[in-house]
Design a binder for this molecule. Structure first.
Ligand code: ZN
Length: 202
């Protein structure tokens, strides 16, 4: 990886990225193979109508972003571990969003936003099969949020966007942008090769 791209990733992962110098692109291609492997495991039994979320803790160790503490959840829930080892710095979390119905590219839920903000994740990643979504927390982002109220707000927004005729994936993306605006969180979107572009800048 080129040095400048690596330095950008390091500053984002360690929470040192100022809202004023957010990169236009984020390169997670070094982690793409592992993230895609967890996605494939999530939909391994989809033909039998079974999907399971997979997740991991993101840490920075020896100048690299790593996925550790791989865990398996249920179809719609996962308990991610936050513990890291001594030489590691906590970066955030990764998890997948598989759907029995085959929906792809589903971004963050209200619950995901709550835990990303309250756990002070510098980087939060969701893999939706054909799309990877990333929240980056900067010096301007909310530091804490009421879990119940953000979930309630997300559900209300989802309902509104569905009634307006958006497909599920579009409705979720719209509510993500709304929550990012409220909590001053930049949103990146990209393909499973790990190359992401800044989609929403607060
Ligand atoms: Zn989720």
């Amino acid at each position: 990886m080129a040095t400048s791209r690596h330095n950008i990733l390091q500053s984002v992962c360690l929470g040192q990225c100022k809202s004023t110098d957010l990169p236009a692109q984020l390169d997670l291609s070094d982690n793409a193979a592992e993230m895609n492997r967890l996605w494939r495991r999530s939909i391994q039994q989809i033909r039998r109508g079974i999907v399971t979320e997979f997740g991991a803790t993101l840490v920075w160790e020896h100048g690299r972003l790593l996925l550790i503490n791989i865990v398996q959840g249920t179809a719609g829930e996962i308990n991610l571990k936050m513990q890291v080892y001594k030489a590691q710095r906590f970066v955030g979390t990764f998890h997948t969003h598989p759907y029995e119905e085959g929906w792809l590219g589903i971004a963050f839920s209200g619950e995901d936003f709550a835990s990303a903000i309250n756990a002070q994740e510098n980087l939060s990643i969701v893999h939706g099969g054909n799309r990877i979504a990333v929240l980056v927390h900067t010096d301007k982002s909310s530091k804490a949020v009421n879990r119940h109220s953000i979930i309630k707000r997300a559900n209300a927004l989802l309902k509104r966007y569905l009634i307006e005729g958006n497909l599920f994936d579009e409705a979720v993306l719209k509510l993500n942008i709304d929550l990012c605006a409220i909590h001053k969180i930049p949103l990146y979107l990209g393909t499973p090769d790990g190359r992401l572009t800044l989609r929403y800048k607060p």
